[in-house]
Design a protein around this ligand. Structure first.
Ligand code: KG4
Ligand code: ZN
Length: 356
């Protein structure tokens, strides 16, 4: 028997049914992600009830495939981790119930992982980053700046006061008829566009602090579309709007993150080369990554972005967070109840209209 720890991670909080096997040497032995895009496309967005049913249908097969690819059986697992929230409750229930069942049958620990913590700790799986570091978490449901002090220890420096950035990407794509999910579609379309053509707002830019706002940007995209000549949008208009949106979003991020870098320096003056980590689905965007990279190097920060397939939702991040928690003896009882809302920093002051 080796001392190696092997954990199965299950992610079902949105529209990806995912399972992965990871060990404590930071090796990803399998990482299976089944997207439900085809189920949701006719509705132009994720339908919670459809997602829950699809998770139920897919989860067993996804786990089987992950175990097979990893070359292990359930008997080799040291623990089973599943996203316990925040997210669409029907899907979270499916993952949690499945994980509990495996843990109960195999007599190994069950670990409920905060989905946001899964994103937050991914850079420790991929790059072995030491605590503390500054984290920009940009996904479909969240847009936050956090100091990651340790497992389960977060201080929020800023959050969105309206939409998350991923949501703004998705809504922009929908208005332009680019389909769902919008982020990758906007990024691809923007490659042929002129980012300076449309003057879009940079909400909160130049203001103190690190909160975000994206709803004004989204509204201006709609008004810009309405101001174009009636009829079908030209491909060039669509590309220019995507590019202009992306540049504006990058400007806002750079401004807000810039303030957070300064704040992090104040908090930890003794760290010579502090680290900025970006995580969450929007972190898969190459234009945004490049923007944050140049901001970081200009301010003496090391910039770390996990590979794009580990930025968007996946089971490996849940398995890894499970390993981190297991090492600390932080496992969960069988009566754990899924949490539709589960802030990383429960002490953060609520900002007006904020999604925690
Ligand atoms: O982290 P994630 O997979 O799920 C949530 O936890 O929300 O993030 C999904 C979000 C969606 O809004 C999607 O449009 C966005 O991330 N996204 C992107 C890109 N890939 C995914 N946004 C911009 N550019 C991308 N390449
Ligand atoms: Zn996510």
């Amino acid at each position: 028997m080796s001392n190696r720890i092997i954990v199965l991670g299950i992610e079902t909080s949105c529209d990806e049914t995912a399972a992965a096997v990871v060990d404590d040497d930071r090796r990803i032995l399998a990482n299976e992600v089944l997207s439900q895009i085809d189920d949701h496309t006719p509705f132009g967005g994720v339908v919670p009830e459809v997602a829950a049913r699809a998770h139920l249908e897919l989860i067993d097969g996804v786990i089987e495939r992950a175990l097979e690819k990893a070359g292990i059986t359930l008997n080799d697992l040291d623990a089973v981790a599943a996203t316990g929230g925040p997210g669409l409750i029907g899907g979270v229930l499916v993952g949690v119930m499945t994980a509990k069942a495996i843990a109960a049958v195999k007599g190994c620990p069950f670990i409920a992982v905060n989905h946001l913590e899964g994103h937050a700790l991914t850079a420790r799986l991929t790059d072995d980053v030491a605590f503390p570091y500054l984290l920009l978490l940009v996904s479909g449901g969240h847009c936050q700046l956090l100091v990651v002090e340790g497992v389960g220890r977060y201080t929020r420096l800023g959050t969105t006061i309206d939409d998350a950035l991923g949501e703004a990407f998705d809504k922009t794509a929908k208005m332009l008829g680019l389909g769902f999910p919008g982020g990758p579609a906007v990024e691809k379309t923007a490659q042929a566009g002129d980012g300076n053509r449309f003057p879009l707002p940079r909400p909160l830019k130049g203001r103190p602090g690190s909160d975000f706002s994206f709803s004004g940007l989204k509204t201006k995209v709609r008004q810009t579309i309405e101001a174009l000549p009636p009829g079908d949008l030209l491909d060039q208009d669509v590309a220019d709007l995507c590019a202009s949106f992306q540049v504006a979003a990058g400007d806002v991020l750079a401004d807000r993150v810039g303030n957070a870098l300064a704040r992090f320096r104040d908090l930890y003056p003794d760290i010579d080369t502090p680290v900025l980590v970006v995580a969450g689905g929007v972190a898969a965007n190459q234009v945004i990554r490049a923007r944050l990279q140049s901001l970081s190097s200009g301010k003496g920060f090391q910039f770390i972005a996990p590979p794009p397939n580990l930025c968007t939702d996946n089971g490996a991040m849940i398995a890894w967070a499970g390993i981190e928690k297991l090492r600390l003896g932080d496992t969960d009882a069988m009566n754990f109840r899924p949490r539709p809302r589960w802030p990383l920093d429960p002490d953060a002051a609520p900002a007006a209209g904020v999604k925690a």
